[in-house]
Ligand binder design. Structure first.
Ligand SMILES: [Fe+2]
Length: 317
């Protein structure tokens, strides 16, 4: 009888440990890809994988033992400990899994709050951050694998969403000025890249801060901070293209939007000097219909602005 109980404990314990391993692998994948801000949890918990192995091996050895020998009280006691341990591990991993999902949801809400704050200040570029994020998402999915392997997709999308977060430190009258910016105002608006780095560098988004800092750098070294092209992070070069395309294809108070074909021509003209030549070549191969689908409302909502003026195509967001 006890032998059957032992066998039952071994089988249930083995499959419980297998299920706990599956949850753990799912958790690690989430922490290294989607929920990258909470990687510390993974680092602190790596030791538990040793327990998973010990438990799995223990149940296999226990199965062999229970089939070969008579009932031993010490063996049964150890088996009960292993069984309870496997249940405990499963409980812990399930809790972590739920916690990470909740944190990820809250994190998304925090990002949305930051974007709302930017748009509260800079009303004329409403929807721009999400538009750039969506373009970057499409761009990433169309990149060759060697490019994709060099960058975390979720981090890239978050950086694209937050690229202009430093505008929170730019004066309202500068952000919302309809006329031409003077030198002082232009210098003030340029601070948004540095502001963004400062804002993010002490938060769980610190890994994105250099990308945000560099989103207005140019390949010829004539960007906001004069950083040479080979020192501009790949993510910043990707965001720069999406940012430029979004700015061109959206109505602004200082100019009307251009059609996709014209935007592509402008990007190609800027390739090698302002933008990364190879990335532009890859970007212009994206299906125009897919690009339009990522934000159709943004491209059509603001067509009735009577204040749209032309002649300032050089001003990027
Ligand atoms: Fe910007």
């Amino acid at each position: 009888m006890i032998q059957y109980i032992n066998l039952t404990l071994i089988i249930i314990g083995f499959f419980t440990t297998l299920y706990a391993t599956y949850i753990y692998i799912k958790l690690v994948k989430s922490l290294t890809k989607e929920s990258y801000q909470f990687r510390e949890i993974y680092r602190e918990q790596r030791i538990v994988i040793a327990f998973l192995f010990i438990f799995l091996i223990g149940f296999v050895v226990g199965f062999i033992d229970v089939m070969a020998r008579d009932v031993d009280p010490i063996f049964t006691f150890i088996l009960v400990i292993f069984f309870l341990g496997s249940l405990f591990l499963l409980l812990i991993f399930k809790s972590y899994d739920s916690l990470i999902n909740i944190l990820f949801q809250k994190n998304t809400e925090i990002l949305k709050t930051i974007v709302n704050m930017i748009e509260f200040k800079d009303k004329y570029t409403k929807g721009h951050s999400e538009h750039v994020r969506d373009i970057v998402s499409l761009f990433y999915d169309n990149l060759p694998e060697d490019y994709q392997g060099r960058i975390n997709r979720r981090q890239l999308l978050d950086a694209a969403l937050l690229h202009d977060c430093g505008k929170i430190g730019v004066r309202d009258e500068v952000l919302n000025k309809l006329g031409k910016l003077d030198h002082d105002e232009w210098e003030n608006i340029k601070t948004h890249a540095t502001n963004g780095k400062i804002l993010l560098s002490t938060t769980c988004f610190r890994e994105l801060s250099d990308w945000v800092l560099c989103h207005h750098e140019r390949m010829d070294g004539n960007g906001y901070h004069g950083r040479p092209g080979n020192e501009i992070p790949l993510a910043a070069r990707i965001i720069a293209i999406a940012d430029t395309y979004s700015a061109l294809c959206t109505n602004r108070v200082y100019r009307a939007r251009v059609a996709h074909d014209q935007a592509v021509r402008i990007l190609q003209e800027a390739a090698g000097t302002q933008l990364d030549h190879e990335l532009v070549r890859l970007f212009v191969q994206i299906d125009p219909d897919e690009l339009e689908q990522v934000s159709p409302a943004l491209l059509t909502d603001h067509n009735d602005r009577s204040r749209i003026r032309r002649g300032r195509l050089n001003r990027l967001p």
